[in-house]
Ligand binder design. Structure first.
Ligand code: GEK
Length: 245
């Protein structure tokens, strides 16, 4: 029997004072359960990251998992690129996440090793890349710095290389925004979160996770140099795009 992941009950106690969401030890401990029960389609995005790695990783190139958390996308890249000689870097600015990522990845005995680096993705050198993954990370970067990051990624990609960009979306049409949030909250309730937990988590994430519209992402990708970006996945207000250099 696989070991049960610790359950996310961080927002269940109404007496606990509410502070801004941070990727600290408390979050890192429950992260696998939290992300699975909070992001609709998360496991599909991870599984397809392996498929995209199999398709697009080029021999002798680098792969970057930016905002790697516990290394789920890094592991997917490793499995997908098993037959291609390459290097994989997992980058995250949270020491609590990286400590646990190291232990988890070591247990998996991956075909391509992952080098973990504790750093800000805005300061990470990206070079000789055929695959860069931003799975639910750009939304935590200040909007005014997002273009600069995408330009660095574009410049570090080889021709034919891809960026996988997965994000929570905002909608400019207020009715679409209301409906998508309603469906996302129904998803969370179906996964065992109660209304209090949902609303406390929403408040904690305010000004920390800043979602943008699909048009906004597409325009920024084009500004960064990406000739095209294609939507390959959507589940409620969560999407994933592939942008190709
Ligand atoms: C997964 N991709 O499981 N520099 C480095 N890391 C950062 C920065 C930054 N400036 N800002 C945030 N992070 C993962 C899931 S989680 C998404 C990604 C979520 C890191 C942060 O520490 C956290 O580990 C990750 O980005 C975002 O496929 O929790 O919704």
């Amino acid at each position: 029997m696989p070991k049960q992941e610790p359950r996310d009950d961080l927002y269940a106690d109404p007496k606990r004072p509410l502070s801004s969401f941070a990727f600290d030890e408390r979050v890192a401990r429950v992260f696998p359960d939290m992300i699975r029960r909070s992001i609709p389609g998360y496991s599909t995005v991870i599984d397809m990251t392996a498929v995209l790695a199999g398709q697009y990783v080029q021999p002798g190139s680098h792969c970057y998992d930016l905002g790697c958390s516990l290394g789920a996308s890094s592991a997917a890249i490793s499995r997908g690129a098993a037959k291609t000689p390459c290097r994989i870097f997992g980058i995250d600015s949270s020491p609590a996440m990286l400590k646990r990522a190291g232990a988890r990845l070591a247990q998996l005995k991956l075909p391509v090793p992952v080098t973990l680096i504790c750093a800000d993705v805005l300061e990470t050198n990206i070079e000789n890349a055929s695959l860069v993954v931003l799975n639910f990370t750009l939304q935590f970067i200040q909007p005014r710095r997002r273009l600069e990051l995408l330009v660095r990624i574009y410049n570090g990609l080889r021709p034919g290389g891809i960026l996988v960009l997965s994000e929570k979306l905002a909608f400019t049409d207020p009715e679409a925004e209301r409906l998508q949030i309603e469906m996302h909250h129904a998803f969370k309730r179906a996964n065992g979160y109660n209304d209090l937990e949902i609303s406390r988590k929403r408040s904690a994430l305010e000004a920390v996770l800043i979602p943008e519209s699909l048009d906004c992402h597409r325009d920024r990708l084009a500004k960064a140099g990406f000739g095209r970006s294609d939507l390959w996945f959507q589940c409620f207000n969560f999407v994933s795009l592939v942008a190709r250099r």
